[in-house]
Design a protein. Sequence first.
Length: 386
Amino acid sequence: MIRCPQWPAPASNRAGTLPRSRWPVGGGVPCLLTGLALLILLTACQTTPVPGSRAKRTGDEIIVAGQLFHTGTRVVTWLDAGGYDAYRVERRFSALTNADWASSAREVKALETPNRYGLRRDRLTPEQIEQVRGGGWELALLTNVVDQFVIHFDACGTSRQCFKVLHDLRGLSVHFLLDVDGTIYQTLDLKERAWHATTSNSRSVGIEIAQIGAYPPARAKVLDEWYRTEPDGRVRITIPERFGDGGLRTPGFVGRPVRHERVRGRIQGIELEQYDFTPEQYRALAHLTAALCRIFPKLTCDYPRDSAGRAVPVKLPDEELGRYQGLLGHWHIQTDKVDPGPAFQWDKLVREARELSRPARAVESPKGRAIRAGRPQSGGRAGDPP
């Protein structure tokens, strides 16, 4: 093993240079060359990881084409303890003895294939398909393909129940789940074609926000099971007992919608009632959106608007959808969908995501000391500050 020399750290010199008083003595070119060789060795020792040393993560990273990107909010990937793994063939919540594919295919007719995801091939040349079909994507190629971010509510109430329905019962998938406490779960690398939004699957990233959903007034009684108005007028999320603790990662979490009254609105021409999402969900979603819009240059941080600047409340025409690059509701893609519902605050999300994307700027403090203002950029490569 090579032992690195421990040079004194100069107080006022550029890193990697030595003051003249500490140059190796003996005079002449050989001594200077010796000093340079030691300097090169020292630099190598400082930058080369020690085999077996742990590569630290901060817990806010998402995985894109095998690379880690910061979001600034809590993310649990499929590789982490307690994560949800859409790569697995077996069912996650059935008894282990009959979770295998043969048993799953026999017991759940909706499961037609062991895989719940596919290859993003629609925008690739035959040569590119051959390049990536083994699993490896170059980030530059992926960023040329992805240009939509599709937002759903899961109509399941919690991310644990959502993954059970998608993976175990329907044979579907989505890249992200967003629980009521603001925890984001990533189930697949974003290079994969998740099955969540029909015609947009090959070009989109998808997220399911945990919420029981929006309903016509005649069916809105289901909301009474999931929400309770307390004596002070505030509304609290009440996960039904049959779902246990809901699988929330935040101990003792009390979830409340941003607004405490039901919101009414029309989606696809249908009058709907819905409670708003939690502040923790909006906060986490803004961080993720900011990161995605930075990672994928074609993904515009905006949503489909009508002439008055409001969210278009119906499916986009096919030609317009084909041209569109940015954030979308599921309803913009399919006429039989209404998520994320009339309560979803598009302006709030876009405003906060854009604010997070602004680079921090240096300003002068009252005492003349430089400080950092603004918010840090999200979505940087691993090693950047979150």
